[in-house]
Design a protein around this ligand. Structure first.
Ligand code: ZN
Ligand code: ZN
Ligand code: FE
Length: 761
């Protein structure tokens, strides 16, 4: 019994999301007296009156949309004799340990006002409220208060100020509140950075931008976390020009469309996909293209059956797309550089690509890329976890202390832990240049400030050449290195709180192995305290090192030679007709001498090699392109019968199972020579890899009794493989775990690193 009075302490995302006004109105409705205020941990409520218990029960049920309650503690007290209910001044170090909301897409009520010609914010590109708008991208410091955001320079007008201070208003303490009178404004610039008045004189810059896009021009548009490059996705010439200027030969572009019904014109949208598209995180969702009917420009996602689509997430996007249509929206950057987010740089860096710039004067403090996701078997399967998701922490079962996990090199994401919370960073990008490294360092400083946590130890990948590793080794903190694929598997354990041993399958492109070789086709057995490598793909030299990743024909030859000997070149394969065998001979000589030929057990390279042998890709323009096309080719054959006999051979060697692909490669070569449909061969290859997983998992279970399987690594972005493996494993009674909260690629390994650090430090 609460004796009619209680103190309620709530933690979680309860600041900056309209929680106090919600508490205030709920208390008033129930005739309670008392007060509510923010403190360093979250929200504290003193409530007294006849209906206190009912009030406590209603708090989690009716909490505002963006709120997330992690804990709610109630302490019964003697009534203090409050006369009314009030929102009181914050106490203590407000927000010191509170959570920060990710950026949130424009909410339905703000949208209504945006398009209501009677509303004072009609057509205002920065309309927002406590339920929506920028958060993480504009916060410079904590507590979350306007003066610590990039809105600090905009003094509120009377309208905004009144709403901001009125507890009954849905903009009460909405820190980025703004309007035409007092807030940020949009401008249109030409590609020298001069204000472009438009052809209609002083036209509305947004309308002028719409006209320019309709004419097929390329615009750099300032979004929430950085600049996009945009053009009309239905205009072949415009998309081709963007591709040419961005030097992005065939990596798919994402598209933004006005609403779901527009999306359905071009793509298949299931229930789960619709939910993802409409979520207030507004990720890019991978959808299957419709083969018939209206088509986007062919250059949007050439040779790809999937299209990345998102719905508008800022008022500016809604205004630009108000008349429908589809816009290509791709990161505003040049090849591998980070996305541009600073106005002073945009003309210089993107002037060679964009014809015009749609800019505004609300500064982006943190650069954040769009997130990319897809639906898979009743859940979400992320490819990139960034805007809309970050900095919401992943909650784990263990107290991980205060650790900084540096992540990997590609698709870098670092993580900072605070007890059982793991704050995964936004997508930093490939750590291959100084700009990205700088962004990594700034991100770490920022996270430590925002979450009021100083890392007490550092965990890094063992690869000596990773910039994140080199950086980690320079820091004056206790540090520990962890193996890349063990981190992949530990990431799955972290998501599900698995203490017990699992069979871990880590398939990816590359990771530095404990023996100094490049691993990537690995099986493990154990728990996070000790994860033993039990099986791997047979080692093979990577001819020319990194060049072999960009030129899968090299792997194709290497596998054919491994399977058929040096006479493979006599085979009558379309692939070999295109290979310059003299180049191969030179390369082979280098391999013999051990020049630039590290050994690899990578499953990603096997996919590349097979894609090359099947004649898909001799060279790739982006990482994993061969595997992507191999999957899509195989999907066309899906449904046909497949070989049930395992064509991989598992050979015991020094206590390890070594997986030989010789017979499988022979079978593919024979099939090609016999004129078997390439799609059927591609499908058979996928099925064989799935069968391999089942076989090795079965052997592991036999020796250990372990029945749980964790799948991780970039290769499992291949859904055809993943779904086949899930089906086979489940049919054998295995309990299978896959990533749901972080990507299966290297964007997720910082989570596993953080868990492994617990065991090692
Ligand atoms: Zn709103
Ligand atoms: Zn205003
Ligand atoms: Fe990896």
């Amino acid at each position: 019994m609460l004796n009619k009075a209680g103190i309620i302490r709530i933690t979680g995302i309860v600041q900056g999301v309209g929680f106090r006004p919600f508490v205030f109105s709920l208390a008033e409705k129930m005739g309670l007296a008392g007060e509510v205020y923010n403190d360093g941990q979250g929200v504290v409520i003193h409530a007294e009156g006849a209906r206190v218990e009912e009030f406590v029960a209603a708090l989690p049920m009716e909490a505002p949309e963006l709120a997330r309650i992690d804990a709610l503690e109630v302490q019964a007290v003697e009534p203090m004799g409050y006369e009314a209910f009030t929102i009181a001044e914050s106490r203590g170090e407000q927000g010191r340990f509170a959570l920060i909301s990710p950026d949130v897409a424009t909410c339905p009520r703000c949208l209504e006002e945006l398009f209501d010609s009677q509303d004072p914010r009609y057509g205002y590109p920065f309309i927002n409220c406590t339920n929506c708008g920028p958060r993480f991208t504009i916060i410079k410091d904590i507590p979350y208060d306007r003066k610590f955001t990039t809105m600090a320079g905009f003094a509120m007008c009377k309208l905004c100020g009144d709403e901001y201070h009125d507890p009954a208003n849905r903009r009460f303490h909405a820190q980025p509140i703004a309007c035409w009178v007092c807030g940020p404004q949009v401008q249109l610039w030409d590609n020298r950075g001069n204000i472009f008045p438009g052809e209609q004189g002083d036209a509305n810059p947004v309308e002028e931008a719409q006209r320019l896009l309709a004419r097929g021009l390329i615009l750099a548009i300032k979004g929430l976390g950085g600049y996009h490059l945009a053009c009309d996705a239905l205009n072949e010439d415009a998309v081709a020009a963007l591709r040419e200027r961005k030097i992005r030969e065939d990596k798919p572009f994402a598209v933004m469309m006005k609403d779901i019904s527009q999306v359905r014109d071009f793509c298949l949208v299931g229930v789960e996909e619709e939910e993802l598209l409409l979520s207030n995180k507004r990720p890019i969702v991978l959808l299957q293209k419709k083969q018939e009917g209206r088509q986007l420009a062919s250059q949007v996602a050439p040779g790809n059956d999937f299209l990345g689509v998102m719905l508008p997430y800022t008022p500016l996007h809604h205004l630009l797309l108000r008349d429908g249509g589809a816009l290509v929206v791709t990161s505003g950057n040049i090849s591998s550089e980070p996305i541009v987010y600073v106005d002073e740089e945009v003309v210089e860096r993107l002037g060679g690509i964009a014809d015009y710039f749609l800019v505004h004067n609300r500064e982006i403090f943190r650069r954040v890329d769009d997130s990319v996701t897809r639906a898979l078997q009743g859940g979400e399967y992320l490819l990139r976890r960034s805007r809309g998701y970050v900095p919401d922490p992943i909650r784990v079962k263990w107290d991980l202390g205060k650790v900084l996990a540096c992540g990997g090199e590609q698709k870098n994401v670092f993580a900072l832990t605070r007890g059982n919370q793991v704050f995964m960073s936004h997508h930093i990008g490939d750590l291959e240049n100084l700009e990205t490294l700088q962004s990594f360092e700034e991100g770490i400083q920022h996270f430590q400030r925002l979450f009021n946590t100083r890392a007490e130890a550092i965990v890094y990948d063992l690869h000596p050449e990773y910039l994140s590793t080199k950086w980690a080794l320079e820091q004056e903190l206790p540090k520990v290195g962890v193996q890349h694929h063990q981190a992949h598997i530990a990431g799955v354990m972290a998501e599900y709180g698995l203490e017990e041993p699992v069979i871990g399958v880590a398939f990816d492109g590359t990771g530095y192995g404990l023996d100094g070789n490049l691993w990537g086709g690995e099986f493990f057995l154990g728990d996070y305290r000790g994860l033993e490598r039990v099986a791997h793909l047979k080692y093979l030299p990577l001819p020319g090192g990194g060049a072999a990743i960009k030129e899968p024909w090299r792997m194709g030859c290497m596998y054919l030679e491994a399977a058929l000997g040096r006479d493979f070149r006599l085979l009558d394969l379309p692939f070999l007709q295109k290979v310059n065998l003299r180049n191969w001979d030179l390369l082979r000589q280098a391999v013999d001498k051990g020049i630039n030929a590290p050994l690899t057990s990578s499953m990603g390279r096997l996919f590349d090699g097979v894609a090359a042998i099947l004649g898909l890709r001799a060279k790739v323009n982006y990482e994993g392109q061969g595997a992507v096309e191999l999957e899509q080719l195989a999907v066309r054959a899906a449904g046909k019968d497949f070989q049930k006999e395992l064509l991989f051979d598992i050979i015991e060697d020094k206590g390890l199972w070594v997986i030989d692909y010789q017979r499988l490669i022979c079978r593919l070569a024979e099939g090609l020579q016999a004129g078997v449909d390439r799609a059927a061969l591609a499908l058979e290859f996928h099925r064989q890899v799935a069968l391999l997983i089942k076989e090795v998992a079965g052997r592991c279970r036999q020796v250990s009794g372990v029945n749980k399987v964790a799948l991780s690594g970039g290769v499992f972005q291949n859904l055809l493989l993943l779904e086949a493996a899930l089906e086979l494993l489940k049919a054998e009674g295995f309990e299978v775990f896959i990533h749901r909260q972080v990507p299966t690629n290297d964007g997720g390994i910082a989570l596993g690193q953080a868990l492994l650090a617990k065991a090692k430090l």
